[in-house]
Ligand binder design. Structure first.
Ligand code: SF4
Ligand code: FES
Length: 179
C-alpha cells in the first residue's frame, strides 16, 4: 500500500507519496519551483541547479536541489527565501550566458528575475541539462550516459549531430525535450 508523508513547503502543509521528490510534490500541489533539467518520469541528476530550495533541519538551514531530494515526514522546505531567490537568479544568469540564444532559457531566467547578464556570453548550443541523453536512454533504450564531463558532453545530441555521429532525423525524439 502506498505510504504518504506530510511536509511544509512555503508554509503550506501538503502530503506526498513516500519516495516522491520535493520538486514533484511541490509541482503537484501547484507550488512552482523553477527547473530545467527535470523531466517527469526520468531520473533526476541535479544538473541545472535551478530547482534549489532551502530546508531547515535541527534549526540549521541548507540549500539543495529539490529534484534530487526525497520528501520526508515533517520536513520544512522554502523555495521563496531571499537567499534562494538570489542563488537561483545567479544560476539562471549563468545559464543565459552559456546559451544566450535559447528562448526557453531566456524565459526561465526572466521568471527568476534576471534583467541583465553580468557574465561573458559563451554562445554554447548545449547547457548539459542531460534531457536528450536521458530521454534516449530511459525512453528509447539507446545508450549515452557517461560519468566524465567530456563524456557527458559528447553524449548530448547537439554534440552527436555536430560530429555527424547521428542524423537530424534520428535526433528527432531527443529534440522534443531540449530547452
Ligand atoms: S543537447 Fe541535450 S544536454 Fe544539451 S541542452 Fe540540449 S537537451 Fe540539454
Ligand atoms: S531541475 Fe533540479 S537540478 Fe535541474
Amino acid at each position: 500500500m502506498q505510504q504518504y508523508v506530510s511536509l511544509r513547503i512555503n508554509g503550506s502543509r501538503i502530503t506526498a507519496p513516500k519516495g516522491t521528490s520535493v520538486l514533484d510534490a511541490a509541482l503537484s500541489h501547484g507550488i512552482c519551483i523553477p527547473h530545467l533539467c527535470h523531466v517527469p518520469g526520468l531520473t533526476d541528476f541535479g544538473g541545472c541547479r535551478l530547482c534549489i530550495v532551502e530546508i531547515v533541519r535541527n534549526g540549521r538551514s541548507k540549500i539543495t536541489t529539490s529534484c534530487t531530494l526525497e520528501v520526508q515526514q515533517d520536513m520544512v522546505v522554502r523555495s521563496d527565501t531571499d537567499r534562494v531567490r538570489r542563488y537561483r537568479k545567479n544560476i539562471a544568469e549563468l545559464l543565459v550566458a552559456e546559451a544566450p540564444n535559447s528562448r526557453a532559457i531566456q524565459d526561465l531566467a526572466a521568471r527568476c528575475g534576471v534583467q541583465e547578464v553580468r557574465y561573458p556570453f559563451r554562445n554554447e548550443k548545449c547547457v548539459l541539462c542531460g534531457r536528450c541523453v536521458r530521454v534516449c536512454e530511459e525512453i528509447f533504450g539507446r545508450p549515452g550516459r557517461s560519468d566524465s564531463w567530456e563524456g557527458a558532453k559528447s553524449a548530448t545530441w547537439t554534440s552527436r549531430l555536430e560530429s555527424g555521429r547521428i542524423s537530424a532525423r534520428s535526433a528527432g525524439p531527443a529534440w522534443t525535450c531540449a530547452p
